[in-house]
Design a protein around this ligand. Structure first.
Ligand code: NAD
Length: 499
């Protein structure tokens, strides 16, 4: 059986804790590899390697650090197919989507290539007599990132791109469910010229996460995962004096106004609801048609088009989406579907009970469609994270805005309309962090920032973009005076002011 090792001090290191996690092949349901789970000694080794490497890396000038990023970008492009195949084999997303996962991370690396410019500080000449003031952004030191299973390439790069370019050393604790790609990314960073120890990958579970959060040498924790864990990571990390950003779960709504282009909207909804088997924090699992006429027309088109979707193995180029990550997650999604039925929602299309010939053990689930879902139902309130689309009918525009605004999650939302006035009002009023106007998955481009509101994000700085650089640096402000020779200022016991 293949063993997936840690990556510490610039090389793969076999786990010695005796603990491991199973990594499944989602297409077959079989265990395909075992991932080592770190113990306290291995965690300490990662921290010590990172701390030792960080000092020299922070002193490496930003342009040289950017060159490593440039080279890493080229290596990502060169190894795109290999990485996508590896990613897809552990996650189960289809190959084209796996390439998208890597590409979106690569775009953050492209952003990080601009680090010399991004780190330029501010300067005020002549703030007082002979006094100049400047502010510089300095790296924090050793920082850590904890990432979820659903984007095993993109989300690690969201974090370590800006963090490392800014001069920090990084310890990545990736999801133990699809851990191979992060190790490969670390190897490519070394090949790109990164000094050993600046990027380490430590596999593990809650014990490892807790060890990182409470370790005194780690200055910041970036977390992406489900909300309850995000909140506890935020609380524990803050208590231990660390800077923490913790992104959580989601339940994104797509509002469909009566004037929307329905064919385009349905095409967009299908990809956003069922792509990657719905295992995206920016999936659109809730659609809110406004008015009964819109609801009926939308439902009819959805039913027709859902029937054409193909679920297949992740290497099937014709498949729209592949299997779910593992059997436990599939069972959880199916339990939510049953709850929806029990709560009185209408299960218009039931994708359960599907078995792919030749891949009977795979974690496949065909698309499900619910209608007449209401805001009081558990299956509406909670994140399902599977190929399940729920229609929640709204009588008015106001009711449609209220649904995502009152929901516990506030990650993404989309509105489909031809009415600029309504779209503008919606974007301004809705209580959600990322808004799409006729854009179903409004993941901001790499030079903006990613972050949800309410229980979708704890902490005040978003992922990547300028926020990413701000999160992984701290500002130092220097006030300097170079008096003219021979001129002595008067003694003063009063707080200096600018009067
Ligand atoms: P998860 O919360 O189960 O795991 C995330 C990470 O936390 C993993 O590395 C895991 O090993 C670790 N972990 C697990 N249990 C822990 C515990 N008790 N204490 C500390 N750490 C623990 O999430 P997942 O199932 O891997 O990913 C899916 C979730 O992530 C969904 O809720 C999805 O919406 C969310 N997500 C959010 C975003 C975002 O940016 N908002 C992006 C992607 C995914």
């Amino acid at each position: 059986m293949r063993s997936i090792e840690h990556f510490i001090g610039g090389q793969r290191v076999a786990g010695r804790s005796g603990r491991h996690g199973d990594v499944f092949d989602p297409n077959s349901g079989q265990v395909q590899a075992r991932v080592a789970l770190a113990n306290a000694d291995e965690l300490e080794a990662a921290v010590q390697n990172a701390a030792a490497a960080q000092v020299g890396w922070a002193r490496t000038n930003p342009q040289r650090r950017a060159r490593v990023m440039f080279e890493f970008k080229h290596l990502l492009e060169k190894h795109m197919d290999e990485l996508a195949a590896l990613l897809s084999s552990e996650h189960g997303k289809v190959l084209a989507d796996a390439r998208g996962d890597i590409q979106r991370g690569l775009e953050v690396i492209e952003f990080a290539c601009g680090i010399p410019h991004l780190l330029k500080g501010e300067y005020t000449q002549g703030a007082g007599p002979g006094i100049d003031v400047y502010s510089a952004r300095q790296p924090l030191g050793v920082v850590a990132g904890i990432t979820p299973f659903n984007f095993p390439a993109m989300i690690p790069m969201w974090m370590f791109g800006p963090a490392i370019a800014s001069g920090n050393a990084f310890i990545l604790k990736p999801s133990e469910r699809d851990p191979s790609v992060p190790v490969r990314l670390a190897e490519l960073m070394i090949e790109a010229g990164l000094p050993a120890g600046v990027l380490n990958v430590l596999h593990g579970d809650k014990d490892t996460v807790d060890g990182l959060i409470t370790h005194p040498a780690i200055k910041a924790i970036s977390f992406v995962g489900s909300s309850d864990i995000a909140q506890s990571v935020y609380a524990l990390g803050s208590f231990h004096g660390k800077r923490v950003q913790a992104m959580g779960g989601a339940k994104n709504h797509g509002i469909v106004l009566p004037d929307a282009d329905l064919d385009q909207t349905v095409a967009d909804l299908l990809g956003a609801a069922y792509g990657s088997a719905g295992e995206r924090c920016m999936a659109l699992p809730v659609v809110v048609p406004v008015g009964e006429e819109t609801a009926e027309a939308l439902r009819a088109k959805l039913v027709e088009k859902i029937a054409e979707l193909r679920v297949g193995v992740s290497t099937d180029p014709q498949a729209h989406y592949g299997p779910l990550i593992n059997a436990a997650h599939k069972a959880k999604v199916e339990a939510y579907i049953q709850t929806g039925v029990d709560e009185g929602a209408e299960l218009v299309i039931d994708g359960r009970g599907f078995s792919l010939p030749g891949h009977e053990g795979g974690h496949f689930l065909k698309p499900c469609l619910f209608d007449h879902v209401t805001a009081s139902m558990t299956t509406y309130k909670e994140e399902i994270f599977g190929p399940v689309l729920q229609i929640v009918r709204a009588r008015s525009f106001e009711e449609a805005i209220a649904l995502p605004s009152r929901h516990q999650y506030g990650n993404g939302v989309a509105i489909f309309t031809r009415n600029g006035d309504a779209a503008r009002e919606f974007a301004e009023q809705v209580e959600v962090g990322m808004v799409g106007i006729n854009v179903p998955i409004p993941v901001p481009v790499a030079y903006h920032s990613f972050g949800g509101w309410k229980r979708s994000g704890f902490g005040d700085l978003n992922q990547y973009g300028l926020d990413g650089v701000r999160f992984f640096t701290r500002t130092k402000t220097v006030t300097q005076r170079w008096p003219k020779g021979g001129v002595v200022s008067d003694q003063s016991f009063v707080i200096p002011t600018m009067r």
